[in-house]
Design a protein around this ligand. Structure first.
Ligand SMILES: NC(=O)c1ccc[n+]([C@@H]2O[C@H](COP(=O)([O-])OP(=O)(O)OC[C@H]3O[C@@H](n4cnc5c(N)ncnc54)[C@H](O)[C@@H]3O)[C@@H](O)[C@H]2O)c1
Length: 379
């Protein structure tokens, strides 16, 4: 069956666009990348070479004048998401925006209302919600295989001692590792355990001689259901990395562990269900023999883009939208506020704290430096 293809544009042709989406558009049955824009012309040109898109631009305004473009993927740094999403919505084009949705809850609110006002769709790209292993865990929880769920622990560790303030992630005005990578496991906690009502957090800066925001954090969330979840996150493990999720219920404990990290891999997670401390069921998904087939079927970024294009074609509201993006921005900001003031923060948070001030204080009071003997691993 031939399918209509949504004509996509992309703004921001950096690492994410290149490595996570760039080679995969050819497998997107219901979408086509027609144009790309980057403030850096060289990056835009390299992206055209990689993807074969018809046209390139050096600013979003010109991309938006391209009549063929119906929807725009936003892969720029989060500090410009708000302004760009508003511009895209005002041009009447649908929006697919990478996480973190924005830096502040005020920005997230403006983005949602701009999309609503201009009647365009807004999907926030939390790709784990389109990953087969994550979807299986969600299903097990929903089907009641764990009984009543009361606790969840997420761990996200990386070896990134090489990080520097040259990368937007590690410099002001934004938050650091908790905002950037932490958005993913925080979204998983909320997706699996429900809305969050209270947040406490501690953010730290160890590499005070290299970066401007946070590199280590711990967040405790109280959910509306009464359940509790925690995230431990660091850039400074001497292991290669670790991403794991453990969910505790009255009838079972579910463990999901990634061989290194889920972001770059087609390998499924190891998923085990423990019951009554005696029975263990291995629920790890199997994969196809062909990496190519596996990629076409399971590559999480491709699946989420397929889903988005389907929403545009069938005029459906995306299931992962501004509400979900904002909720994570809110948790991140509440954790920073909690850390700054030494308090528990009740949600909703109508206003974000002055995080620039917080990170300046954090840097000044940091007890650590990393020095020149750096290490790191891409998982
Ligand atoms: N879901 C994931 O797993 C995942 C992975 C990587 C990145 N991301 C997200 O994608 C976004 C981009 O991250 P990245 O690592 O690709 O960043 P990057 O710094 O590698 O690339 C950003 C690109 O945007 C361009 N740019 C900056 N400001 C611009 C502007 N005003 N107009 C046009 N172009 C502009 C830069 O020149 C650069 O090429 C972030 O929101 C990030 O969190 C998500």
């Amino acid at each position: 069956m031939s399918m209509r293809k949504v004509k996509l544009g992309i703004v921001g042709c950096g690492w994410g666009s290149r490595d996570l989406y760039g080679s995969f558009f050819r497998y997107l049955e219901n979408g086509e990348l027609v144009a790309a824009a980057d403030a850096d012309e060289k990056s835009a040109r390299a992206y055209q070479e990689q993807t074969g898109c018809k046209r390139i631009y050096t600013d979003l305004g010109s991309l938006l004048k391209d009549k063929e473009v119906e929807a725009v993927m936003v892969l720029t740094p989060p500090s410009v998401h708000c302004k760009q999403v508003e511009q895209i919505a005002e041009a009447g084009k649908h929006v697919y925006c990478e996480k973190p949705m924005a830096i502040t809850v005020e920005e997230a609110d403006e983005m949602t209302s701009a999309c609503r006002k201009n009647k365009v769709k807004l999907q926030i790209a939390f790709m784990k919600r389109f990953n087969p292993s994550f979807l299986l865990c969600k299903k097990l929880i929903e089907e009641g295989r764990l009984g009543d769920v009361f606790e969840m622990r997420a761990i996200w560790d990386n070896a990134r001692a090489y990080a520097s303030a040259e990368n937007y992630r590690h410099r002001l005005p934004g938050g650091g590792y908790l905002q950037e990578d932490g958005s993913h496991p925080l979204d998983v906690c909320r997706w699996w355990m429900g809305e969050v009502k209270e947040v406490s957090g501690n953010a730290m800066l160890v590499m005070s001689d290299r970066i401007e925001n946070d590199d280590v954090a711990c967040v405790i969330m109280k959910h509306k259901s009464g359940a509790m979840s925690t995230l431990h996150i660091t850039m400074l493990t001497h292991r290669r990395g670790l991403e794991s999720y453990e969910v505790f219920g009255t009838k079972g404990t579910l463990l999901m562990e990634w061989p290194y990290h889920s972001t770059h891999t087609l390998e499924p997670a190891i998923i085990k269900l423990y019951e009554k401390s005696s029975k263990v069921t291995d629920l790890t998904l199997s994969t196809s023999w062909s990496p190519q087939k596996e990629m076409e079927k399971s590559w999480q970024y491709l699946n989420e883009l397929r889903y988005f294009c389907g929403c545009v074609i069938n005029n459906r509201e995306p299931s992962v939208t501004g509400k979900d993006g904002r909720a994570v921005v809110e948790i991140v900001n509440a954790a920073y506020l909690s850390s700054q003031k030494g308090i528990k923060v009740k949600l909703p948070l109508e206003k974000s704290p002055d995080i620039t001030k917080f990170f300046k204080e954090l840097r000044k009071s940091s007890k650590w430096k990393i020095g020149k003997d750096l290490w790191g691993s891409r998982y």
